[in-house]
Design a binder for this molecule. Structure first.
Ligand SMILES: N[C@@H](CCC(=O)N[C@@H](CS)C(=O)NCC(=O)O)C(=O)O
Length: 223
């Protein structure tokens, strides 16, 4: 029996995990695609697996369920049998990765996701499943934009291709996946005035792992 990843293309959280797996290498998983567009993830059969009803969810050989993408990625990073860590090799590297992962997730990605969840389209889509996030939309946008500006300044100051150096790590993968999946419905997200963020996004998009990760797969073999 191998681990099973319950996946939900084309949404941002599942994409982040697929892209992480592709960039990390050294992992073997079965992938079960759940029809998120028709909210099959809210059916009793899936809620019995992940009581939160969200995707993705990683089910380990002993039945343990991990359903938060940062926890899933950190777990996979530790068990991979080849490739290079995307978290860090020293305590300081790991601390910086976790610091930036938390920043880009909490202050950028979750802010624009909350902004979108307050839109009429999202409210209609999630009706009965998620509490509509109609309050604080302007603040969510403001905070996301402020932190995108700070990321732009960080990329400019560091003169590095990615958030923590020349290689994309978990914070790059997480933020890229969210922007890639959502920028069409969050029109203020990719402001050309943030030239360093735009250049970073383009570099991420050009990576060979991106295109295959955006398509549904049924298994992810060892590399
Ligand atoms: N904290 C969870 C959030 C996962 C999440 O919200 N996934 C979205 C897809 S991007 C989802 O399942 N949406 C469908 C729903 O809530 O019914 C994680 O990190 O994996």
């Amino acid at each position: 029996m191998t681990m099973k990843l319950y996946d939900g293309p084309p949404a941002p959280n599942p994409l982040a995990v697929r892209l992480f797996i592709a960039e990390r290498g050294g992992l073997t998983l079965d992938v079960v695609a759940v029809d998120l567009i028709h909210l099959a993830n809210r059916d009793p059969a899936f809620v019995a697996i992940n009581p939160f009803g969200t995707l993705p969810a990683l089910v380990l050989d002993d039945g343990t369920v991990i359903s938060d993408i940062v926890a899933v990625c950190e777990y996979l990073d530790e068990i991979a049998t080849a490739g290079e860590t995307l978290i860090g090799t020293t305590p300081a590297e790991r601390a910086l990765t976790r610091m930036w992962t938390r920043r880009v997730d909490k202050d950028i990605a979750q802010r624009f996701i909350s902004w979108w969840r307050g839109s009429d389209d999202a409210i209609a889509f999630y009706q009965g499943h998620r509490i509509p996030e109609v309050g604080g939309r302007a603040d969510n946008r403001h905070i996301a934009e402020q932190h995108l500006d700070m990321l732009d300044a960080h990329l400019a100051a560091g003169d590095t291709a990615h958030i923590l150096g020349d290689r994309p790590l978990l914070p790059d993968i997480l933020l890229f996946s969210f922007i890639f999946s959502m920028h069409a419905v969050v029109p203020w997200l990719m402001n050309p005035d943030r030239g360093h963020v735009t250049a970073w996004y383009d570099r991420m998009q050009a990576r060979p792992a991106v295109q295959p990760s955006t398509r549904p797969v049924t298994s992810i073999p060892t590399r």
